[in-house]
Ligand binder design. Structure first.
Ligand code: NAD
Length: 261
């Protein structure tokens, strides 16, 4: 039901953290992946594991540098991934738009240029990723699935964290998804958001360096007594990508351990 066999998925932010873990999940589900990121290379250990699983499954794996804010680059890369996917016998199926950035700073001091930068990556970058994924699928007349990584911060303001730009961007992604669903449905291209709670990655490690006290607040809201790990999001992401979610469209799947703000 949840197999991704014979399908290729592009994953932005695929060099590390949640993105590369979701790439591993796609390959474990039998799919092939194209990881995209601005970083020169992916995290070595996870990359080695990804390739090992891919080899055992007969899946394909690739890594390309791509800045999601550069529209021409996203267009080129998505077209190239689809062409390569055909050669590998696992046609292009969709994407996980996971690239994102965070900056904690009081709203009283937030420079407008920094606010714009967060929106550019987290909103316009997600839009570029979805747009060019959907164009490739539409032009090939094939169905597909798009998963956009939002955040529970799209719905709540996290106590103790000054993250207005980030929270605004994630609410925008949730609304973008509902709006894109209106247009993409006609082409059998499903799109959904996956909204995680706190996950221990480089992103949250940075927040903890800046403000170690905040961990107590996070834990106070953690009904399962722990923060999330990237692995907690593997099955939800595979579900949304797979044909098991064939009637799930324009939805938000919140995976936050029941977090209470
Ligand atoms: P991370 O910083 O480890 O990973 C983000 C990745 O995005 C990095 O590899 C980075 O290089 C890449 N990236 C940044 N700007 C880019 C650009 N312009 N083009 C291409 N790639 C770019 O953080 P993470 O925790 O793995 O976050 C992944 C996603 O999950 C983000 O969208 C984040 O907002 C979301 N999220 C994270 C948490 C959390 O607690 N960590 C919670 C909710 C949602």
């Amino acid at each position: 039901l949840f197999s991704l066999e014979g399908k290729t998925v592009a994953i932005t932010g695929g060099a590390r953290g949640l993105g590369i873990t979701l790439a591993i999940a796609v390959v474990e589900a039998g799919g092939s992946v194209a990881c995209l990121d601005i970083l020169e290379q992916p995290s070595a250990d996870e990359w080695a594991l990804l390739n090992k699983i891919a080899k055992a499954n007969g899946s394909s794996v690739s890594y390309q540098r791509c800045d999601v804010t550069n529209e021409d680059s996203v267009d080129e890369v998505m077209t190239a991934i689809a062409t390569e996917a055909d050669k590998n016998g696992a046609p292009f199926w969709g994407c996980i738009a996971c690239a994102g950035i965070q900056q904690q700073l009081s709203a009283f001091d937030y420079p407008a240029a920094d606010f714009d930068r967060i929106l550019k990556v987290n909103v316009t970058g997600v839009f570029n990723t979805c747009k060019y994924t959907a164009r490739v699928l539409r032009d090939r007349k094939t169905p597909g699935s798009i998963v956009m990584i939002a955040s529970m911060s799209g719905n709540i303001a996290n106590r103790g964290l000054a993250c207005t730009a980030y929270n605004t961007s994630k609410a925008a992604v949730q609304q973008m998804c509902r709006s894109l669903a209106q247009e993409f449905g006609e082409y059998q291209i499903r799109c959904n958001t996956l909204s995680p709670g706190y996950i221990r990655t480089a992103m949250t490690d940075q927040l903890l360096i800046e403000n170690p006290e905040v961990e107590k607040t996070w834990m106070a809201g953690a009904l399962l007594g722990r923060l999330g790990a990237p692995e907690d999001f593997k099955a939800p992401a595979v579900f949304l990508l797979s044909e098991g979610a064939s009637f799930v469209h324009g939805s938000d799947l919140r995976v936050d351990g029941g977090h209470c703000a």
